[in-house]
Design a protein around this ligand. Structure first.
Ligand code: SF4
Ligand code: SF4
Length: 449
């Protein structure tokens, strides 16, 4: 093994990157973790937009579509995070985190593995015959893989248990079943034919990332001021996107995967030299891993980035507070003024109201409704204590009645008080009770009408 050369007067060895696959290993480990996260997010309700049930699951919180403000805040936070990551770290997401890239690289690796095995073990067959066998074997593995990936992807929008039932029954008649079959077909064609071509030809996030980049964004940079490049082209051959990073650091196809860095450090490391390709902050080519200040090393290199980080913290705090303050039981009461009032033969005046109660929590709740400020009024048509099961929505009409001679003609004010057990949340609804203009309260003894 070559001994790294000594430098200057000091006997410290020159710091070189030895042959190896430093970033490749890191990237594959990160991709494996991301693959697991991709599977676990919908299965454990960490992120799922459940379209049939009109729910949005966000880190364990079950948000109803009626809680639009929190959902909106959560979506804005996710979009903001994606944009901020692109501004700080360029296309790191593509190279390390994106499911499309992970599955494309897995498909590439699988195809090469099968080709190698078939060519080696069936060398007596003609090349076309070996090709047919390789394609058949590859397809046999790709089909169940595409079904699995599609299943996980659709689980971001449909409950996995529902989806599993549809899959078992091979449902291709309902709209959900047709959608599932279509996504599976697109996934299959994607990983059979498109793979990384999708990243450069179709994916809008790639274009967005390039637009968000500035002079301090992380990129993969080739620098050879001293003419040390041995023109081995190993970096080009290692690039999964088929580009030559030496021509420019701003190529749309570059996903910042760092395979070229490993390739160059592998070949030049044997000569005791460092790689000519590095992660760098902006075109100035500052080596990203040689920063001394920790905040500059993680990408906080100017005021703009600190403001973005602060904004994200504010968003995240607002979102956490909004989720922690949300009430699991929603109660709404509103008057039904299609008729202002009705007068019963027994002389009672009736006003109609509508109750909407939704239990968005996971425990049973009990709702009690009482009246205040209009002593003669009473509730008709509601149980004394309404039980709401988890997930139950209730819409019910009820009446408030009062004797004609016990209320003022025209508008009377009252409050409807609601209380929820066990959350102990109470709410007052200021409402009006309408009585006919010809009704008259009975004068108190001794008072002239
Ligand atoms: S140029 Fe380098 S970092 Fe960019 S895609 Fe190719 S191998 Fe990956
Ligand atoms: S791998 Fe390094 S030395 Fe070889 S061509 Fe690429 S940049 Fe030059």
């Amino acid at each position: 093994m070559a001994t790294p050369p000594q430098t200057g007067s000091a006997s410290r060895p020159l710091k070189v990157i030895l042959p190896g696959t430093r970033y490749h290993r890191i990237r594959k480990t990160v991709q494996l973790i991301c693959f697991l996260i991709f599977i676990l997010l919908p299965l454990f309700n960490i992120v799922r937009f459940d379209i049939p049930h009109e729910r949005f699951y966000f880190f364990g919180a079950e948000l109803w579509i009626s809680e639009f403000s929190i959902i909106f805040l959560a979506l804005i936070f996710l979009m903001f995070s994606i944009a901020a990551v692109a501004m700080l770290y360029g296309r790191i997401y593509c190279g390390y985190l994106c499911p499309q890239m992970i599955f494309s690289e897995a498909a590439n690796a699988l195809e090469s593995f099968i080709n190698r095995k078939v060519n080696r073990s069936l060398s007596q067959l003609s090349p076309p015959a070996r090709k047919v066998i390789s394609v058949a074997l590859f397809s046999a593995v790709l089909l169940p893989a595409a079904v699995f990936v599609s299943f996980v992807f659709i689980s971001f929008f449909v409950q996995p248990a529902d989806l599993f039932q549809r899959l078992l029954s091979l449902d291709i008649r309902t709209s959900g079943g047709i959608l599932g079959a279509s996504v599976t077909l697109v996934t299959l064609l994607d990983f059979a034919f498109l793979r990384q071509r999708f990243c450069t030809a179709i994916c809008p996030y790639g274009y967005l990332q390039n637009m968000l980049a500035d002079n301090h964004t992380l990129l993969v940079h080739f620098s050879d001021a001293q003419g040390k490049c041995i023109q081995c082209d190993k970096c080009v051959r290692a690039c999964p996107m088929g580009i030559d990073i030496r021509t420019s650091s701003h190529q749309l196809e570059c996903t910042h995967c760092a395979e070229c860095i490993d390739a160059c450090s592998g070949i030049l490391g044997k000569l005791g030299r460092p790689s000519l390709i590095q992660y760098a902050w902006g075109d100035a080519g500052n080596n990203a891993v040689e920063e001394h200040l920790w905040y500059r090393r993680i990408g906080l290199r100017d005021g703009k980035r600190i403001v973005v980080l602060l904004l994200m913290l504010i968003y995240a705090s607002g979102l956490a507070i909004a989720i922690s303050l949300r009430q699991p039981v929603l109660v709404r009461i509103m008057p039904n003024r299609i008729t202002l009032y009705t007068k019963a033969p027994d002389g009672l005046i009736h006003n109609r109201f509508r109750l909407i109660a939704i239990n968005r929590g996971k425990a049973q709740a009990k709702l009690t409704i009482t009246l205040a400020d209009l002593p003669a009024a009473q509730i008709v048509g509601l149980h004394d204590g309404i039980t709401l099961q988890p997930g139950q929505s209730l819409q019910q009409e009820f009446e408030i009645s009062a004797a004609a001679n016990a209320v003022q003609p025209g508008v009377n004010h009252l409050r409807i008080l609601t209380q929820v057990v066990p959350t102990q949340k109470s709410e007052d609804f200021d409402e009006t009770f309408i009585a006919p203009m010809d009704s008259a309260p009975t004068p108190a003894p001794g008072v002239k009408p």
